[in-house]
Design a protein around this ligand. Structure first.
Ligand code: TEU
Length: 566
């Protein structure tokens, strides 16, 4: 297997809490994943990425880890994990874990020691600072910087025991680890090697571009309408980030075969991603960038801005051309932090849901990069009809609602409108397996309500339907595995100014693919000439090939077509 095996791979993200519950406690578990491995192998995916399954108080659904080398009992045991790993490998798939080391849980023994005393040897494993000069510790405004937490409120928590504050870019139960301290780095590398020695095939690295910070911790600019300063310039792609990732590679991955490392990097630019993913620099194989999932929001992440296709295409084109020569793209529409793709970028109405879900898959999977399928995306699962804030469980949604409504006086309905469209709980409703109670996810009471459309949208209904979203995704993945131009071909965007059509070509040697998706509910004719003699490879509308009549290509609402000529 070549070192760059992941260029022809497709990764499937499992959010274990919502995937399948085998023991009836209403929470997904590892046994539930084992029970559904054939669903995943049937799709043809090459890698499974598990969101965190380590012991955790679950303040941020497991992204707050209290023991990096065990399994949260809700999900199972290390023995069941080993069984899952063996079952994954037996089906020819790899398994990567979610590495969350920008922060730990405040219930991790490391933090318990660090907070116990200013002289504790682990004090410097986290970011501790006294109150601002002349301010009474523990009073509003005394925080060491004006930064806000991603989940609302300040980014500093006052700790009475030692009279100082600790930094938490996320929840107060997620204190940031101090990567300036070589002891922290060594402990992380030792843990990573422990998992890889156990047979794990790599890591998705949570907010890994935040681990290096400007140690002077300066105040940030206060955006209009915000209560806090923007600390991002001080912790996004910080001064030592490349050094840390290269050290991690040398201490963990060097000498190991067929690994996959993907760095989740909010705010990363194409220029920086070229450095992070250049194989000769030995940092990460690919990154999750955020430009396309930030395209329909303003400077205030909680504003709804209509999605403009030309803006979305310009973003993807920038990333495709930026990493064309060196480096590599990840390709994703959604994950556990983003709303459902078909509701956000397509049309989740009964009339157009299936076609638009397939069209989105077509346009994404045939670009240059490694595609990621988020659980349920292969079924065309949709956003959830939240009635009130009581329906939400996510700390981010609840934190934003409290900040915006309770502390900033915004209207509840205005805030709920945004949360219904953007809330992370949209992606975290239980996987819809069949039309039995709770969609076959659990025989208990699900921790988060199942989408009421599960009788119409579920895996069982799609496994035997050759025209289902599931089988269409299987064909897309098969095309990546059989058509070299999909993996190694170049990328040329067509019709960049067209507000309805997303069109591009992929060329490799004498083979050329044309991919066109209609991002609208209207029929569209496009001036794409010279393909009338091409062979139709794929169409998302059975029997409809949008035949490229001379002088143009006519697509029906939400239609996608793929042509090949050589
Ligand atoms: O997410 C990082 C991140 O940028 C999130 O704040 C995301 O952009 C936002 O939630 C979108 O609404 C990672 C994990 O994926 C997320 O689940 C965790 O909550 C977060 O880090 C802290 O670990």
């Amino acid at each position: 297997m070549t070192d760059l095996w992941w260029k022809s791979a497709v990764v499937y993200q499992i959010y274990p809490r919502s995937f399948a519950d085998a023991d009836g406690d209403g929470m997904g578990d590892l046994r539930g994943v084992i029970d559904h491995l054939d669903h995943l192998a049937g799709l043809g995916v090459d890698v499974l990425w598990l969101s965190p399954i380590y012991p955790s108080p679950q303040d941020d659904n497991g992204y707050d880890i209290s023991d990096y080398q065990d399994i949260e009992p809700i999900f199972g045991t290390l023995e069941i994990f080993d069984e899952l790993l063996a079952g994954t490998h037996a089906r020819g798939m790899k398994l990567i874990m979610d590495l969350v080391v920008n922060h730990s849980s405040d219930e991790h023994p490391w933090f318990a020691e660090s907070r116990s005393d200013k002289t504790n040897p682990k004090r410097d494993w986290y970011w501790w600072r006294p109150a601002r000069e002349g301010m009474e510790p523990g009073t509003p405004g005394a925080e060491p910087t004006n930064w806000g937490s991603a989940f609302g409120g300040p980014a500093w928590e006052y700790d009475e025991k030692t009279g100082e504050y600790y930094l938490h870019l996320f929840s107060r139960k997620q204190p940031d680890l101090n990567w300036e301290n070589p002891e922290v780095r060594e402990a992380v590398y030792e843990m990573m090697n422990w998992w890889l020695d156990r047979g794990v095939d790599g890591f998705r690295m949570d907010v890994i571009n935040m681990i290096s910070k400007d140690t002077s911790l300066p105040d940030g600019r206060v955006q209009p309408g915000s209560s806090y300063g923007d600390g991002a310039p001080s912790f996004i792609n910080g001064p030592r980030i490349h050094e840390f990732l290269q050290e991690m590679h040398a201490k963990v991955f060097a000498g190991r075969d067929a690994m996959l490392t993907v760095g989740e990097m909010p705010g990363v630019t194409v220029e920086e991603a070229k450095l992070f993913t250049d194989p000769d620099r030995h940092e990460v194989d690919m990154v999750f960038q955020f430009d396309h999932v930030w395209a329909d929001r303003g400077d205030d992440p909680w504003l709804l801005v209509p999605m403009q296709l030309t803006k979305l295409k310009a973003i993807f084109n920038r990333w495709q051309t930026g990493l064309a020569e060196a480096g590599w793209n990840s390709l994703y529409w959604n994950n556990h932090d983003q709303p459902r793709a078909v509701s956000r970028y397509g049309d989740d109405s009964p009339e157009h849901r299936v076609a638009s879900a397939k069209m989105l898959g077509t346009v994404l999977h045939l670009q240059r990069g490694t595609p990621y399928v988020y659980q349920g995306e292969e079924l065309g699962m949709t956003n959830f009809p939240f009635r009130s804030i009581a329906d939400f469980r996510d700390i981010e949604a609840l934190g934003h609602y409290a900040q915006a409504v309770d502390r900033e006086g915004r209207s509840p309905e205005e805030v709920l409108t945004v949360l219904r469209a953007r809330g992370r709980d949209n992606a975290r409703t239980p996987m819809q397996w069949d039309s039995s109670d709770h969609a076959g996810f659990t025989i208990g009471t699900p921790w988060l309500a199942v989408n009421p459309n599960y009788p119409e949208i579920n895996a069982a209904a799609q496994h035997d339907d050759p025209d289902s979203v599931y089988h269409y995704y299987r064909k897309l993945i098969e095309l990546r595995h059989t058509e070299p131009a999909v993996v190694d071909g170049d990328f040329t965007m067509l019709l960049p100014h067209h507000e309805q059509l997303y069109a591009y070509t992929r060329r490799l040697g004498g083979t050329e693919l044309l991919v066109v998706g209609n991002f609208s509910g209207e029929p569209v004719t496009a001036e794409i000439d010279g393909w009338s003699d091409a062979a139709l490879v794929l169409s998302n509308l059975p029997g409809e090939d949008g035949l490229p009549a001379d002088g143009g290509l006519t697509l029906k609402p939400w239609q996608a077509v793929v042509y090949r000529r050589s």
